[in-house]
Design a protein around this ligand. Sequence first.
Ligand code: AHM
Ligand code: MG
Length: 333
Amino acid sequence: MQPVLITLEEFIYQRQKDFPFASGELSGLLRDIALASKIIQRDLSKAGLVDHILGKTGSVNIQGEEVKKLDDFANNMLIQCLQTSGECCGVASEEEDTFISFHEKNRHQKSKYVVLFDPLDGSSNIDVGAPVGTIFSIYKRVSPVGEPCTNADFLQKGTEQVAAGYVMYGSSTMLFYTTGAGVNGFTLDPSIGEFCLSHPDVKTPNSEKTYSCNQGNYHSFENGVKEFINYCQSSEGKKPFSLRYIGSMVADFHRNMIKGGIFLYPNTADAPKGKLRLMYECNPLAFLQEQAGGKADWGGGRILEIQPKELHTRTPVFIGGENLVNRLLENLK
Ligand code: AHM
Ligand code: MG
């Protein structure tokens, strides 16, 4: 008999063979991230209250606790959850200057994985109650197990990711992830506190109806990008595309991955090397997009093949359905 609900934990257990290296460890890492995200979700849902009723961020709340900025809170929660279980030997975060090595004798001696994350992407949306997200990326360490991790463990190409995903905190909370065997999505059922399988084997439709970018920067885009946007807007032989831009990459990406479309964040006058971060935003979403049958490019090749030189490196990004990304790349030639 088909079970009524398949929880994230049950699903990972059933699919452990998809994880090429080890069995229990991926489950452990995803469990830690899922736990952190449930706690983050709980606090995010009170953000309006904290700002407007319980006192401004940075002040003392009604329980006498210091109210931390939510992105600091999300960052600390992920670090704590990943450090506690012992499956992870170190993390790098968009909120930290350098990576953090976990090296407790009895806990991290056998840890083989590092996790990189953007704890709360699109956090300027929190004030207005719009969706934000957590993005994560998991790599197998390259330095010897049992020793403190090194820069080289983190500065790996996106092609080396063993898993990646995101949690979107929107009208519902959703966790999507890949281990390189397709993309599966889960929705949090708040009544039981579990992520339940809601979007099995996601495939991005090749529809040509939607584009997402900050079009306020149009005048500083290079000509090929302008030509592509002109094509999206043109009604010659087709309907004009819809422009959909939330300003929260997870939410814009999520919609396009499910419904079809393209997200672009090219070089601009303010961000001549792109705004979005390779390691925390672009690589994990590129892995998911390729696994869902789409494409992710920086304008000169696959995002996943960029060799990172530093943790916080940025890149232009064009990501979405394959036909649309190819059309944009033609314009860039
Ligand atoms: P953040 O990590 O500081 O939140 O910035 C990343 C966000 C993305 O979520 C979003 O796509 C982009 O910045 C929006 O930038 P802009 O306001 O320039 O359009
Ligand atoms: Mg971000």
